[in-house]
Write a protein that binds this ligand. Structure first.
Ligand SMILES: [Zn+2]
Ligand SMILES: [Zn+2]
Length: 301
């Protein structure tokens, strides 16, 4: 299960309603940010999420609307929770920009928190047991951009009706069955896991992509996602401008979701030049299960 809190949903120019990009993702007791636009620390407070156990930032790329919130957040975390290590993941060029930004403010290697920088390369980034995160390269102007795939494994749960019917007592024997091991009860009666386990359930796939100029080559990465979060900065009538600035249109984002068996689509990185309703209408015509993200939206998948 992944819980998403949208902390900022604007494109490069924020509005009264929309802050610069940042997304809080909570999974199995871990909390991480995807991007950290200017003002993210206050959005964390306003959302009610707060700062506790926040020790990881995944960066899609180093454009300023996605990273300028880092120094302020680090200053505050230093005051609030001391010197826990913050891990920052990004492409090598993205990390260079962040390292230079921090060095410009505090001197090289003297950020307010101990920071571990982990350069992204396509593939597995984190295996947390209850979930994994993979990343894949994305084309967006001259940046070193990555998208992220979060997946939780499906599990088979014990069926109470079967346990009762077969007379399996409460206690550690049930744990053995849940772990897929046969047990013997009443001296000589073998219970096989297949006798008491239900069908696989609960596996989820979440894909988060920041800015991008094309979806070409990304089908395998998003295929079958329960939820895709992706930018839609322009409308199709401005597709030429979208190309110039290295962004997608709502129609392109929706077509990408429709072509790859995505279940739910959330569009973000909204430009102030359009009404939300225009963006939504363009996408829904192609992919009906689409929403436009607003700041402080909370989605669980
Ligand atoms: Zn952006
Ligand atoms: Zn960008």
């Amino acid at each position: 299960m992944f819980a998403l809190t949208f902390l900022g949903t604007s494109a490069s120019v924020p509005s009264a309603e929309r802050n610069h990009p940042a997304l809080l993702i909570e999974a199995a007791g871990q909390r991480m940010l995807v991007d950290c636009g200017e003002g993210t620390q206050r959005q964390l407070l306003r959302s009610g999420a707060g700062f506790r156990r926040l020790d990881r930032i995944l960066l899609t790329h180093a454009h300023l609307d996605h990273v300028l919130g880092i120094p302020g957040l680090f200053s505050t975390l230093r005051l609030r929770q001391g010197a826990e290590v913050m891990t920052v993941h990004g492409g090598p060029a993205t990390l260079d920009t962040v390292i230079q930004m921090l060095a410009g403010l505090w001197g090289a290697g003297r950020a307010p928190l101990p920071v571990e920088f982990v350069a992204l390369a396509a593939g597995r980034l984190i295996d947390a047991g209850d979930f994994v995160i993979d990343c894949f390269p994305v084309r967006h102007r001259d940046t070193d951009s990555f998208g992220f795939v979060f997946q939780s494994p499906s599990r088979r749960h014990l069926r109470p009706d079967r346990l009762a019917a077969l007379g399996v007592p409460d206690g550690p024997l049930r744990g053995e069955l849940a772990a897929g091991r046969a047990i013997v009860i009443e001296g000589d009666r073998t219970i096989d896991p297949e006798d008491v386990l239900g069908p696989p359930s609960g596996g989820k796939k979440l894909v988060v992509i920041g800015d991008l100029e094309t979806t070409d080559g990304l089908s395998n990465d998003v295929a079958g996602a329960d939820l895709l979060v992706i930018e839609a900065t322009f409308l199709d009538r401005d597709a030429a401008t979208a190309r110039d600035y290295g962004h997608l249109t709502a129609a392109e984002a929706a077509s990408f979701a429709a072509a790859n068996g995505v279940r739910q689509l959330v569009l973000t990185h909204m430009s102030g030049r359009y009404e939300d309703a225009e963006i939504l209408a363009e996408a829904v015509r192609i992919f009906p299960n689409t929403e436009i993200a607003a700041d402080f939206d909370h989605i669980v998948v």
